[in-house]
Design a protein around this ligand. Structure first.
Ligand SMILES: N[C@@H](CCC(=O)N[C@@H](CS)C(=O)NCC(=O)O)C(=O)O
Length: 239
């Protein structure tokens, strides 16, 4: 059974998985859930992803959630090219870089947190941007030090790892919200290097089929008839 990635073009967490799939050359179908309309909370999707978050990777026998767990599953299921270095210590260092982004930066600027700032605390656009920078800056300062210590052309050494899968979408997000990346030359260097590589290019947000208001997707028709998709996608597929 082919893999199906439930995601959204601008989801940084789904983007991590797209990069890993592209690096490994694994084909997959995509189903988009428009986070702006709350499609990720549709009952049909909650049966797959109980947190109501993307990404979720349908592997046939199960639906995997949490991007770091999915990255690790992909790396074990499709060992080549490995997205972790050899060596116990090096592997822990790469996982630490990925976690610094996925666990300590991204959760503070994901959609539901920003929505809560706007609606519960009446934050305006400038305040939301200040909030994002408030947490990206220390996170990127630490990552810059880690890349300076361990990095090469990529965040760790000279081959892509799960750290790069996490870093690239976070750089995009930081730029989108106006965070000044001037102090982070190593991070910018890795980002520039990755931008020139086909796998990273294919996975980028703006090139996804659901980007820019289009609600859909390269989802095979047979999949559309079997999956209880979100209402919006369902309608789009039947058009
Ligand atoms: N820790 C989760 C985070 C997942 C997550 O927050 N996904 C965001 C998109 S990047 C989402 O679905 N947001 C919808 C919402 O907040 O309601 C992971 O790494 O998969």
């Amino acid at each position: 059974m082919p893999l199906t990635l439930h995601g959204y073009w601008r989801s940084g967490a789904a983007w991590r998985v797209r990069i890993a799939l592209a690096l490994k050359g694994v084909g997959y179908a995509q189903v988009t859930h428009d986070l702006r309309t709350g499609a990720q909370k549709d009952p049909g999707f909650l049966t797959r992803s109980p947190q109501g978050l993307v990404p979720a990777l349908d592997i046939g026998e199960a639906v995997l959630i949490q991007s770091l767990a999915i990255l690790e599953w992909l790396d074990e299921r499709y060992p080549e090219p490995s997205l972790l270095p050899t060596g116990l210590t090096a592997r822990a260092q790469v996982r630490a870089m990925a976690a610094a982004i996925a666990c300590d930066i991204h959760p503070l600027n994901n959609l539901r947190v920003l929505q809560s700032l706007r609606s519960d605390f009446k934050a305006d656009a400038n305040q939301v941007n200040e909030w994002i920078a408030r947490w990206v800056m220390p996170g990127f300062t630490a990552l810059e030090a880690m890349i300076t210590r361990h990095g090469g052309t990529f965040a760790f050494g000279d081959t892509p790892t799960i750290a790069d899968c996490c870093l690239i979408p976070q750089v995009y997000s930081a730029r989108r919200f106006g965070v000044d990346l001037g102090a982070f030359s190593r991070i910018r260097g890795v980002d520039t290097h990755c931008a020139g590589l086909a796998a990273f290019f294919q996975a980028q947000a703006d090139g996804q089929p659901d980007a820019d208001q289009k609600s859909i997707i390269r989802c095979p028709v047979d999949l559309a008839s079997t999956l209880p998709l979100s209402t919006e996608i369902d309608e789009a597929l039947r058009r």
